[in-house]
Write a protein that binds this ligand. Structure first.
Ligand SMILES: NC(=O)c1ccc[n+]([C@@H]2O[C@H](COP(=O)([O-])OP(=O)(O)OC[C@H]3O[C@@H](n4cnc5c(N)ncnc54)[C@H](O)[C@@H]3O)[C@@H](O)[C@H]2O)c1
Length: 335
């Protein structure tokens, strides 16, 4: 028996595609919406092959209120997971208005249409970039917020809108602050495949391993960390996908508001990640040390206790699985 239909915005994207499968596995139906601005249409058939069923996809923009209203009118939607957004910190400095347009106006439009349709379970993709990264790790959900980039600020505004909307209406929401999602589905069929220059580390590691890029620049080796390179909290994309199912289940039962870090709670340095990738996959990742990048911090690791306590979610996949699955997907892509 179905547990209800969930609207997934950005369903053809990296996190969206894995979450569609996790929702199906848990007995939910899915209606996806995507404008394919940062994904390929072929992802849909790959999701369908993995799930062995058809995926209802609407090609549309989350800022298009009419398209959303028609979607809510056509399907009996009980909850929404809102991934669709632009996501590069670096790009957001040069294209800030576009980031506010897609990330803020897009979230506002989805929220308004959810409210009109009486859909009041809403999971929002936020990010560790909302935190003041200069404070010591691990950071918990009450740590200082800053949003040091237009991207980070667009996520903070999204969070703020949710809190305000919840006070004014019966909206139930989960804010999930992802740390560093990496890896891919173990089949190698879906994974992270951004258009243009990748903003995240793992796709670059894969390109270098595949000799599509000559070397990886490691930005800074003089931080006060175990080996001097930056430390981040890498978390397998399938664990991240499963967190959405747990959050939705909690909202559809009795939880009204959730704000959760989604990470493993353990830090991995850039050099450790490279080493793990080389060992797990038997490949070389040539790298050079480059100067620190403006705005980077020594360490950013999550305290993940609240997610375990409130929705019973914990990451279960290790760094080797993250590296193996990312590489398998890169090879499938022919990268
Ligand atoms: N991947 C990460 O490292 C990471 C970390 C923290 C937060 N997040 C957040 O998670 C969410 C998903 O990230 P992702 O890595 O899957 O990104 P992604 O770019 O792979 O997926 C986003 C999807 O949304 C679609 N999209 C973008 N703008 C749209 C619009 N206006 N209308 C309809 N569809 C649109 C894109 O085509 C893409 O398929 C984003 O909100 C991102 O900010 C991601």
């Amino acid at each position: 028996m179905t547990r209800g239909t969930i609207l997934v915005t950005g369903a053809a994207g990296y996190l969206g595609s894995h979450t569609v499968l996790a929702l199906w596995e848990s007995g939910f139906e899915v209606v996806g919406i995507d404008d394919y601005s940062n994904s390929e249409r072929s992802v849909v058939s790959r999701i369908e092959a993995l799930g062995q069923r058809a995926l209802t996809m609407i090609e549309g923009n989350v800022r298009d209120a009419d398209c959303l209203a028609a979607t809510f009118g056509r399907f009996n939607i009980v909850g929404a997971v809102h991934f669709a957004a632009r996501k590069s910190i670096e790009e957001s400095f040069a294209e800030s208005l576009s980031y506010y347009d897609v990330n803020v106006a897009g979230t506002l439009t989805v929220l308004q249409q959810c409210q009109r349709a009486g859909v009041n379970a809403f999971v929002f993709s936020s990010s560790a970039t909302v935190y003041d990264a200069t404070q010591p790790s691990p950071v918990d959900e009450n740590s200082r917020l800053l949003g040091a980039s237009p991207y980070g600020r667009s996520k903070l505004i999204g969070e703020r809108m949710l809190r305000d909307a919840a006070q004014a209406s019966g909206l139930r929401y989960a804010i999930l602050r992802y740390f560093n999602p990496v890896g891919a589905h173990p089949s190698g069929s879906i994974g992270e495949n951004p258009r243009g220059k990748p903003g995240n580390l793992m796709p670059v590691v894969c390109r270098v391993a595949a000799s599509r890029q000559s070397q990886l620049s490691v930005f800074g080796n003089d931080y006060s960390t175990m080996d001097g390179t930056g430390v981040r909290d890498f978390v397998h994309v399938q664990d991240v996908a499963e967190a959405h199912v747990h959050a939705l289940e909690a909202l559809l039962q009795d939880r009204e508001t959730l704000c959760l870090n989604i990470g493993t709670g353990s830090g991995t340095s850039v050099l450790t990640l490279i080493d793990a990738f080389e060992r797990a996959n038997g490949v070389r990742v040539p790298h050079v040390i480059a100067p620190r990048r403006h705005g980077d911090v020594a360490a950013m690791v999550a305290n993940v206790g609240e997610a375990a306590r409130s929705i019973g979610w914990r990451a279960t996949r290790n760094l080797d699985a993250m590296c193996r699955d990312a590489w398998r997907f890169a090879q499938t892509l022919g990268c």
